[in-house]
Design a protein around this ligand. Structure first.
Ligand code: COA
Length: 261
């Protein structure tokens, strides 16, 4: 993994641990950090040794407190659209990654932080997590896909309420809304939970996991026939060696050994 200034990365036993590391700014996402995320996820797709990703924020106080407001304050009408499209493009790389990506949310996940967490495949929160889309306080709206992903995750009424009021909600409420998969006592317990889920996934056929990502995402692509995507993806799985291995292992009453081929 190339050297990054704003993100710590460590690879261990197939899991890439990413920590957004701007603690003095509550890990706010500046342009440089976004570009690092883009480069990392391009590399994750190509790197066979990386099987899964966990993203968190440095320290106990914040996951990510939003896009960097000092940069947002300099936007103009001409570059604002590009600003949003760029963030959307980078977060789509996360969402479309064929390897599981889990957000481990500690503390504030606001604005772009909540949007980044929502682009991940799952969210595990520590009890002190707080979620919100407070952009209206700044005279703007979410621009990194938040209006869309929040609505898909929690439904129209609650998404409108959260984005119109800018209110923050706690971890338990986020879970009850479907924004969070699990709530754990603290960051360490949340990490254990994320690793437990990832280890389960890592024992499955990698190609099939990637196809699940594509099919789930297809639900949200207007104009795409998700059932057709599912049938095509199913057929792709059946072409793989892992399909032969999985079905043979079942019939031979042994554990499958998937190769991702
Ligand atoms: N962008 C840039 N800097 C940010 C930031 C952001 N989104 N969020 C926090 N920071 C910085 C603060 O400016 C402060 O920096 P400083 O010490 O150099 O002044 C530092 O992080 C600590 O934040 P502070 O506001 O002092 O902490 P707090 O505990 O009083 O409040 C929050 C925490 C999260 C409630 C508050 O920082 C906040 O509202 N942040 C902005 C959230 C937001 O609107 N996000 C959406 C942006 S689109």
């Amino acid at each position: 993994m190339a050297d990054n200034t704003n993100i710590l990365s460590e690879e261990k036993d197939g899991i890439l641990y990413l920590t957004i590391n701007r603690e003095s700014k509550l890990n706010a996402l500046n342009f440089a950090t976004l570009e690092e995320i883009r480069n990392i996820f391009n590399e994750v797709s190509d790197n066979k040794d990386i099987k899964a990703v966990i993203i968190t924020g440095a320290g106990e106080k914040a996951f990510i407190a939003g896009a960097d407001i000092s940069e947002i304050a300099e936007l103009n009408e001409l570059n604002a659209r590009k600003f949003a499209e760029n963030g959307q493009e980078i977060f789509s790389l996360i969402e479309n990654c064929h390897k599981p990506v889990i957000a481990l949310v500690n503390g504030f996940a606001l604005g772009g932080g909540c949007e980044l967490a929502m682009a991940c495949h799952m969210r595990i929160a520590s009890a002190n997590a707080k979620f919100g889309q407070p952009e209206v306080n700044l005279g703007i709206i979410p621009g990194y896909g938040g209006t869309q992903r929040l609505t898909y995750l929690v439904g129209r009424g609650k998404a409108n309420e959260l984005m119109m009021t800018g209110d923050m909600i706690g971890a338990e409420e986020a879970k009850s809304l479907g924004l969070v998969n699990h709530v754990c006592e603290n960051k360490e317990a949340a990490l254990e939970k994320a690793e437990e889920i990832i280890h389960k996934i890592m024992a499955k056929a990698p190609l099939a996991i990637g196809m699940v990502v594509d099919c789930v995402n297809s639900v949200f692509i207007k104009g795409e026939n998700g059932y057709q995507t599912e049938a095509n993806s199913f057929a792709r799985c059946v072409k793989s060696g892992d399909y032969k291995e999985g079905t043979s292992a079942f019939l031979e009453k042994r554990k499958p050994e998937f190769k991702g081929e």
